[in-house]
Design a binder for this molecule. Structure first.
Ligand code: ADP
Length: 290
């Protein structure tokens, strides 16, 4: 089953056009939605999760009309929002049990089985009796995904899940996501390019409410092959480089700026052609729609 988004637009009452005619087809497997802060990722996620209405456009998940059949969507949806509150004085097990009731798992034996299974799956079994107020960021996110996985969802949406996690927690969380399998649609919204490169079979970059590009990570990298150049520059040269070249990123390496530049044509002047990576693709797209 795939998710088909067509011409989705949303302008908030303050005049911000957060979604500007978004069309995307999201197949089964892990799909990365990359974009800078303010790109419209959360607005899109919330709309797919039936939590807000667009002004126009449509979303279909298989034969379900997402914007009209909200109850049907909620039965098959697991959603981990960017921020969520958990009662600090309750244990992980109790919280998960509460959410299982809300999800409609009323048979207590079935509920208990699912809660224990998900605690185990998210590596929280040992800490299931502890109050979540004492949980680390990574443990909270894992509990969040356990909640999202209740009821065997067919469509899972996770919004910026690795922001604020340390590298170990981040890896643990991403591994968990990647184990969920290729038979469901998982949308991972993030501004961290590495999250997408490591996990996603398909992706899109959105910027200013528009789809800048979509495809597999390999294919979008292939599209800029031969067109990315690098050069160390002196700080005083920076301005003229920025004026004369299409600079997509600048990084300080041992105190010296290293610029990456996009060019269809052969560059001399000390520039070296490099094998592009997903970060080059991302920064190139973002620099085009400023
Ligand atoms: P992202 O998740 O990519 O950071 P968002 O969807 O949160 O992007 O925001 C897209 C744009 O819409 C931003 O300019 C943001 O300030 C604006 N925005 C988001 N939610 C609202 C809202 N409820 N009311 C008004 N503007 C909003």
């Amino acid at each position: 089953m795939e998710l088909v988004i067509s011409n989705l637009s949303k302008t908030y009452s303050n005049g911000v056009r957060a979604l500007d005619s978004i069309s995307l087809t999201i197949p089964q497997g892990m799909f990365g939605l990359l974009g800078p802060n303010g790109a419209g990722k959360s607005s899109l996620m919330r709309t797919i999760a039936t939590l807000q209405e667009p002004d126009s456009g449509s979303i279909a998940f298989g034969d379900v009309d997402v914007l009209k059949q909200k109850e049907k969507v909620r039965q098959i949806l697991g959603y981990l929002p960017q921020e969520f509150g958990l009662y600090p004085n309750l244990s992980a097990e109790t919280i998960l049990d509460h959410f299982a009731v809300l999800k409609g798992i009323t048979n207590s034996r079935e509920r208990k089985e699912q809660v224990q299974y998900l605690l185990n799956r998210t590596n929280l079994l040992e800490n299931k009796k502890k109050h979540v107020g004492g949980f680390s960021g990574g443990m909270k996110q894992r509990l969040g995904i356990a909640i999202a996985l209740l009821g065997n969802p067919k469509l899972i949406i996770v919004d910026e899940p690795t922001a604020g996690l340390d590298p170990t927690e981040r890896h643990r969380f991403l591994n968990l996501l990647s184990e969920l399998g290729e038979n469901i649609v998982i949308i991972l919204s993030t501004h961290i390019v590495d999250d997408v490169r490591e996990l996603c079979s398909n992706m899109a970059i959105i910027n200013k409410g528009k789809v800048a590009l979509s495809g597999s990570p390999e294919s979008v990298i292939e599209n800029v092959s031969g067109k990315i150049w690098k050069r160390f520059v002196e700080k005083h040269e920076m301005q003229s480089i920025t004026d004369n070249y299409s600079v997509i990123s600048t990084r300080m390496i041992a105190g010296k700026p290293l610029v990456h530049v996009y060019s269809d044509e052969q560059l001399s002047d000390g520039f070296i052609n490099i094998e592009p990576d997903l970060e080059d693709v991302y920064f190139h797209q973002i620099s085009m729609i400023q």
